[in-house]
Write a protein of this length. Structure first.
Length: 349
């Protein structure tokens, strides 16, 4: 479904690579080893050619803030993809990871759906539904080809399309774990960034759901009741990081055990607003460290059969010091999360 895609080109990749630094004499970076799609080919042909070259991971961007705004939240969840890719491409290709396993596919087209900030709520939510269809149409063949998408950018509304695509590709419901202060299991009142998982559950795409780091005071009672009625689970931010009632290691052990017992493909989700002071549409001063987020990604990816990694809600423009600072922070953080996932999957047990 390349009509929904802006494919990465070698010329654009070179610009992103040089933007952060490029290679010095005597070194090789991921920008010199990662693959770009063959031009003028169907998506299926692009994926088959990539697999034949040893590609395992497909990196894809969704730069939009329609979902957060349709949830009455702040805009700004754009530009995270290119900032993350720029930093990723400038990491070293070496014995730990060569980069040959990655295809930098490009971005899902969203420009025609990105409306002005004064558009009404119903129109925003209609545009989220249109974006859902694009995500499903693009991601289904990627997952069906046996490749693992790493999806960057946009609101957490895109979890719905990813879950639906995984179900369609694998022909089975999905078990999901989400590091997020919000359950995103809000009422089905029209699509937005706060109800991707509740919509996926209603569609039969989700058979198990665990929220790690749920904030006890940032979720409505209605969404908690709906999550409980579904049979969802959580460990709260307060339980682990504040009251220390359970360790992060014990929580992760329990989550891995429960996920693997489902015998389902695993959706690995991370809302970057869980990380302290991360520029995002709902940034927080009471969040977890980036190191703990990296450990979460590593532990789940190494021990569970993950179908994809989704990094949502980073918003560089929301950094208090401005866009340049936001691009640096989100770019470095996203790059580290991508590398952590890839390394864990390549060494999965």
């Amino acid at each position: 479904m390349t009509q929904y895609l802006t494919l990465m080109t070698q010329q654009h990749l070179a610009k992103l690579f040089q933007k952060v630094g490029g290679a010095r004499i005597g070194e090789t970076k991921l920008g010199q080893t990662a693959h770009t799609p063959e031009p003028n080919h169907s998506l299926e042909a692009i994926l088959n050619k990539a697999k034949n070259k040893g590609v395992r991971f497909v990196i894809l961007g969704i730069e939009e803030d329609i979902g957060p705004r349709a949830n009455l939240g702040r805009g700004g969840a754009t530009y995270a993809y290119e900032s993350g890719i720029s930093h990723f491409l400038n990491m070293q290709s070496n014995r730990f990871f060569s980069g040959h396993e990655c295809l930098i596919l490009g971005q899902i087209i969203t420009n025609d759906l990105q409306t002005e900030f004064n558009q009404n709520l119903s129109e925003l939510r209609e545009h989220v539904e249109q974006l859902d269809e694009r995500v499903i149409n693009v991601l289904t063949p990627i997952i069906a080809a046996g490749l693992e998408p790493i999806v960057i950018g946009g609101g957490h509304n895109n979890a719905y399309g990813l879950l639906m695509a995984t179900k369609a590709a694998k022909q089975t419901p999905v078990a999901a774990v989400n590091l997020d202060p919000h359950s995103d299991f809000r009422l089905r009142e029209g699509r937005h960034s706060g109800n991707g998982f509740s919509y996926a559950a209603a569609e039969g795409a989700l058979n198990y759901y665990h929220v790690l780091g749920l904030h006890e005071h940032k979720n409505t009672e209605a969404s908690l009741e709906q999550l409980t009625a579904f049979g969802g689970h959580w460990h709260s931010l307060q339980q682990i990081w504040l009251r220390r009632e359970i360790s992060l290691e014990k929580a992760l052990f329990d989550i891995k055990q429960a996920l693997n017992q489902t015998q389902s493909p695993i959706a690995l989700e991370l809302d970057l607003d869980a990380i302290i002071n991360m520029p995002s549409s709902a940034s927080t001063a009471a969040g977890i460290s980036l190191i703990d987020a990296l450990h979460y990604v590593h532990d789940i990816a190494k021990h569970c059969p993950c179908a994809y990694l989704h990094l949502a809600e980073a918003a560089p423009s929301c950094h208090p010091a401005g866009m340049d600072a936001g691009l640096r922070v989100t770019g470095q953080s996203i790059s580290e999360l991508m590398l952590t996932y890839i390394h864990a999957r390549l060494h999965a047990l």
